[in-house]
Design a protein around this ligand. Structure first.
Ligand SMILES: Cc1cc2nc3c(=O)[nH]c(=O)nc-3n(C[C@H](O)[C@H](O)[C@H](O)COP(=O)(O)OP(=O)(O)OC[C@H]3O[C@@H](n4cnc5c(N)ncnc54)[C@H](O)[C@@H]3O)c2cc1C
Length: 451
C-alpha cells in the first residue's frame, strides 16, 4: 500500500503524465503577469511559449523575431528573466532522457526540477553529488546562475555538467561536450547564449547523509572552519545577527538507519515567536535575547537519503544578496559585515549564511579561477525594503574582492564585472556571436553585459 503523497510523487506517475499530457507545445498570449519567487521582480510578457520538443522550440524561434527570455522556476532575485517579449517556459523539456550506470552519468531535460531528479536518479542507481539549499529550481535555471550547495569538495552545480545542448535564437542546435571550450561558457550562461534543452550530469551511486545542527560562538566556528570544512562532507554556518552565536550544520555520509522526523510544529512556532520577540526589541538591546535563546538550543540530528538532507523547504519569502569572496578573505569579510550590522544597529533578524564552494573553470561562475571561494549571504524579508540594508553591506563585499551571485541582488554593471572575471570579454564576444540580433537581452542583461 502506498499513501496519496507517495502515489503523487512516484516517478512512474510522472512518466505517464509526461507521455500523456506533455505532448503538445503551448503558446499562451500575455494576459498573466509574471513574478519571481520573492515577488521582487515582475513582468508583463507578450506571451509564454512552452515547447514540448526541441523541434517545436526550433520552429518557434525560426518563425518569430521578437525578444525572448528562458525562464526556469523563477527563483532568481535579480531581473534576469523579465521581458515584454516571450518567456520560453521549459517545464515540458524534463525528465531523464538517458543514463549510464557504468559512466555514472545521466542526461536530463533542462526543465527538470531539482526536486524530481533525486527520486528519478535513485531508480537508476545514481544520485547527484550535491544540491543547493532548496530544490525547487530547474536544472537549467540553477546551472545558468552557478547555483551551488555547500562544501569545499564541490563546485557549483554547473561543475557537474559534462555536456549540454543549446538552441540559439536563430534555431541552430549546438551540442557542447568536455572538449569544447564553449561548454565552460554555456554551463553558466545567464540564459544569454540560447535556450538550454538538455544536459548530461556526472553523478555517483546513491548515498545516505547524517545532518547535525548545533549552536556555537561565531569566532570559535571561524577558527576551526577550514579544518571542519576539510573533515566534513559539508560544513556551514548561519551567523545570527546582533549575537555572538551561529547555527552550525555538519553533514557527512553514513550507513545509519533513516531517522528524519518532520520538525515538531511547536518547535517552529517557538522559533517564530522568539524571532518576533527579537524584532520587537531595538537592535541595540537585542544581543542578550538572541544569545540567551542560542544558548538553549539543543543539537539535533537527522539521517536520510542524500537529496532529502541536502535541500530544505523555505516558506518565508525573502530577498537575498550573496557574494563569493576568495577563501582567504572570507572570515574577515564576514566579521566586518557582522560588526557593521551591530554598530549601525541594522534592524535585521534574518541569519546570514557562510559556506565554502570549490573553484571551477567556467568563464563567469562566481568560483572560477585558482582559488576556492567563501559564499556569504544576507537576507531581508520580502515584505521589507531590502535596499538600505543591502546598499550598506555591498561595498564590504567589494572591498574583499567579492563576485556577486548572478541570481541574487547586486548593483554591479559590466564595467565592474569585467574586472572580476578574466574571461568576461570572451563571454561577451560569444554572446554576440550566438545572438547577434540581441533577442535574448533584457535591460538587466544589457547592463551587466554592456550591450
Ligand atoms: C529560497 C531560495 C533559496 C536559494 N538557495 C540557493 C542556494 O543554496 N545556492 C545558490 O547558489 N543559489 C540559491 N538560490 C538562487 C537560485 O538557485 C538561482 O537564482 C537559480 O538560478 C534559480 O533557478 P530557476 O530554475 O528558478 O531559474 P530562473 O530564476 O527562472 O532563471 C535563472 C536564469 O536561468 C536562465 N534559464 C532558465 N532556463 C534556461 C534555459 N532552458 N536555457 C538557458 N537559460 C535558462 C534564465 O534566463 C535566467 O537567466 C536560492 C533562491 C531561493 C529563492
Amino acid at each position: 500500500m502506498i499513501n496519496r503523497r507517495q502515489f503523487l510523487a512516484s516517478s512512474a506517475l510522472t512518466a505517464i503524465y509526461a507521455r500523456t499530457f506533455a505532448a503538445t507545445s503551448t503558446e499562451t498570449p500575455g494576459t498573466t503577469p509574471w513574478s519571481n519567487w520573492s515577488g521582487g521582480q515582475t513582468a508583463n510578457p507578450a506571451g509564454r511559449f512552452s515547447p514540448s520538443s526541441e523541434t517545436d522550440l526550433v520552429q518557434f524561434l525560426q518563425a518569430t523575431t521578437g525578444a525572448i527570455r528562458p525562464v526556469g522556476a523563477g527563483h532568481s532575485f535579480t531581473p534576469l528573466v523579465p521581458t515584454d517579449g516571450h518567456l520560453i517556459v521549459i517545464d515540458q523539456l524534463s525528465g531523464v532522457l538517458d543514463d549510464s550506470r557504468e559512466a555514472m552519468t545521466a542526461t536530463l531535460g533542462a526543465g527538470t526540477r531539482l526536486s524530481d531528479i533525486g527520486p528519478a536518479l535513485e531508480e537508476r542507481g545514481q544520485a547527484m553529488l550535491n544540491l543547493p539549499d532548496i530544490d525547487r529550481q530547474t536544472l537549467a535555471g540553477a546551472t545558468a546562475t552557478a547555483t551551488h550547495g555547500t562544501g569545499i569538495s564541490f563546485p557549483s552545480l554547473s561543475g557537474f555538467v559534462e555536456s549540454l545542448r543549446l538552441i540559439t535564437p536563430a534555431g541552430d542546435i549546438l551540442d557542447f561536450s568536455a572538449t569544447d571550450d564553449e561548454l565552460n561558457a554555456a554551463r553558466v550562461s545567464l540564459g544569454a547564449l540560447g535556450v538550454v534543452t538538455q544536459m548530461t550530469l556526472k553523478n555517483r551511486p546513491p548515498y545516505r547523509l547524517r545532518a547535525r545542527n548545533t549552536v556555537e560562538k561565531i569566532e570559535s566556528v571561524l577558527e576551526r572552519f577550514d579544518t571542519a570544512a576539510a573533515n566534513h562532507r559539508h560544513f556551514e554556518m548561519f551567523p545570527l545577527t546582533h549575537s555572538d552565536y551561529a547555527l552550525v550544520l555538519e553533514i557527512d555520509e553514513t550507513n545509519a538507519d533513516i531517522n528524519n522526523p518532520p520538525p515538531a510544529p511547536e518547535e517552529a512556532a517557538a522559533f517564530g515567536q522568539a524571532m518576533a520577540g527579537w524584532a520587537a526589541t531595538p537592535p541595540k538591546d537585542r544581543q542578550p535575547l538572541v544569545d540567551g535563546l542560542a544558548e538553549q538550543i539543543q543539537p539535533t540530528e537527522a539521517v536520510d537519503t542524500s537529496y532529502k538532507i541536502l535541500s530544505n523547504v523555505r516558506n518565508n519569502r525573502f530577498n537575498e544578496m550573496e557574494y563569493s569572496v576568495p577563501l582567504h578573505a572570507g572570515a574577515d569579510c564576514l566579521r566586518e559585515i557582522l560588526r557593521t550590522i551591530k554598530e549601525k544597529e541594522i534592524d535585521v533578524v534574518f541569519p546570514l549564511e557562510y559556506r565554502y564552494v570549490q573553484r571551477d573553470d567556467t568563464w563567469i561562475g562566481m568560483s572560477t579561477g585558482d582559488e576556492d571561494h567563501a559564499a556569504i549571504s544576507i537576507h531581508r524579508t520580502a515584505s521589507e525594503d531590502y535596499r538600505p540594508y543591502f546598499d550598506l553591506i555591498e561595498p564590504i563585499f567589494w572591498k574583499y574582492g567579492g563576485r556577486p551571485h548572478w541570481g541574487k541582488i547586486h548593483s554591479l554593471s559590466a564595467s565592474e564585472l569585467t574586472k572580476l572575471y578574466p574571461r568576461f570579454g570572451d563571454f561577451q564576444a560569444l554572446r554576440k556571436r550566438l545572438d547577434p540580433a540581441g533577442r535574448l537581452l533584457n535591460n538587466h542583461l544589457r547592463k551587466i553585459l554592456s550591450v
